[in-house]
Design a protein around this ligand. Structure first.
Ligand SMILES: NC(=O)c1ccc[n+]([C@@H]2O[C@H](COP(=O)([O-])OP(=O)(O)OC[C@H]3O[C@@H](n4cnc5c(N)ncnc54)[C@H](O)[C@@H]3O)[C@@H](O)[C@H]2O)c1
Length: 387
């Protein structure tokens, strides 16, 4: 059986999710060699997840001739540099979302900034594309929504029925990230839109691209319109919100217009109570679909109290573990984390493109930053000819 040896950078929320999901890879041998992160208890993380070694030096992953693929799950502002260095070192790469971003300090706005954001991000993505092409390696873009079983099943059914999709509606969010760095543009390159909205944006782009491949429908992004706001600023009391956004939005709505006149309408918010929401609705000439990744009703429970649940997450981002709940079920699978790593390791073993690769990562970034430019200028942004 072919062995694929993994080095992973980052051991936080995403790193742990990836580490658990690697255990489910089948049909090839997945060897977890080294995890690299800055936590004091990294050795314990390595032991728990089956990594052979732990380090705080990214270069250790680059220098290790046994490592086939480096999985980048560090904060967004580190992605471009780590991905580029890994490719130059001859490694295949998995990159968590986003591939890169515009990480300037946005306090003290300047009218020059909006357009510069989009140009700078596209330039950086282009540079990564060149390094990738020269390397001859694979870049796997960790967009887990593409591998969520309800989404995959819907794509198959859309293709079989040759449905012409005219409207995609995405919704994603919760009551805000607990991570302090999520409150600042300079660390995340934006707010709720780039942290969360990036998932349904990528899913919508992929769906339209698949429709071109499977039933020959026209596909190109024509334009993007967006409105962003910091809605919690209107509240005197933010008691029930985890986020404390400083210079980023906590709500965004993006409308993507495709060249065939069809639309994707996507909402991302850090202002939703009751747990994490990851949903996509798709409407066509002969079908409507509702992908309820989270929440869903696979398991419903009522708890008169939360006794015994101190260390357990019944559902991500709920404020309590009592009352009527929809406990998360097999979230590594249902949210697509297992499927993406299966595809990525198979892609490396077979030297083929992953389902989610560089092209999607780049196009998603273009839509996200065109959206930010639109929100700042109050105009729709024309992307024809750019992608
Ligand atoms: N796909 C998803 O559903 C999803 C969910 C959450 C986060 N993410 C993405 O995953 C990435 C990480 O987010 P997170 O929530 O896990 O963050 P986190 O803060 O929980 O973890 C970040 C990790 O990176 C490590 N790190 C930081 N600087 C480093 C350096 N210089 N060298 C080596 N390691 C370093 C930290 O030690 C930590 O282990 C982000 O890009 C985020 O967008 C994706």
């Amino acid at each position: 059986m072919k062995t694929v040896t993994v080095g992973m950078a980052g051991a936080g929320w995403a790193g742990a999710m990836h580490a658990r999901s690697y255990r489910k890879v089948y049909g090839l041998d997945c060897r977890l060699k080294t995890v690299c992160a800055l936590e004091d208890n990294l050795e314990e993380f390595a032991r728990r997840h089956g990594f052979e070694a732990a380090t705080d030096q990214f270069d250790d992953l680059l220098r290790d001739a046994e490592i086939d693929i480096i999985d980048v799950t560090t904060p967004p502002s580190l992605h471009a540099d780590m991905v580029s260095r890994a490719l130059r070192a001859g490694k295949n790469v998995i990159c968590e979302k986003p591939l890169t971003g515009f990480f300037a300090d946005r306090n003290g706005d300047n009218p020059d900034k909006p357009k510069r954001m989009l140009d700078a991000v596209m330039e950086e993505a282009g540079a990564i594309g060149h390094i990738l092409a020269e390397s001859g390696r694979r870049l796997c873009y960790a967009e887990n929504w593409l591998y969520s079983p309800p989404f995959v099943r819907m794509l198959d059914l859309l293709a079989v029925k040759r449905t012409q999709v005219i409207l995609i509606e995405g919704a994603t969010g919760h009551n805000g990230s607990h991570a302090p760095h999520a409150n600042y543009w300079k660390f995340n390159g934006g707010g709720a839109l780039i942290r969360q909205g990036i998932h349904p944006v990528a899913a919508a782009l992929h769906l339209k691209r698949r429709a071109r491949e499977t039933i020959g429908l026209e596909y190109a992004v024509a334009g993007v319109w967006c409105d962003c706001a910091r809605l919690t600023d209107t509240l005197p009391d933010k008691l029930h919100f985890a986020a404390r956004p400083v210079d980023v939005e906590d709500w965004a709505r993006v409308v993507i217009t495709f060249s065939d006149g069809t639309k994707a309408d996507i909402m991302a918010g850090d202002v939703l109570m009751g747990g994490i929401v990851n949903q996509l609705a798709v409407h066509g000439n002969d079908a409507s679909y509702y992908c309820n990744m989270t929440p869903n009703n696979l398991l419903e429970a009522y708890y008169p109290d939360a006794d015994g649940f101190d260390d357990i997450q019944i559902t991500e981002k709920a404020s309590h573990n009592a009352g009527w709940m929809s406990p998360l079920v097999a979230q590594e699978c249902l949210r697509g984390y297992e499927g993406q790593l299966q595809d990525f390791l198979e892609a490396v073993a077979a030297d083929r493109e992953p389902v989610s690769g560089f092209a999607l990562a780049r196009e998603t970034l273009a839509v996200i930053y065109a959206a930010y430019v639109s929100a700042e200028t109050g105009r729709p942004i024309d992307l024809r000819g750019m992608l």
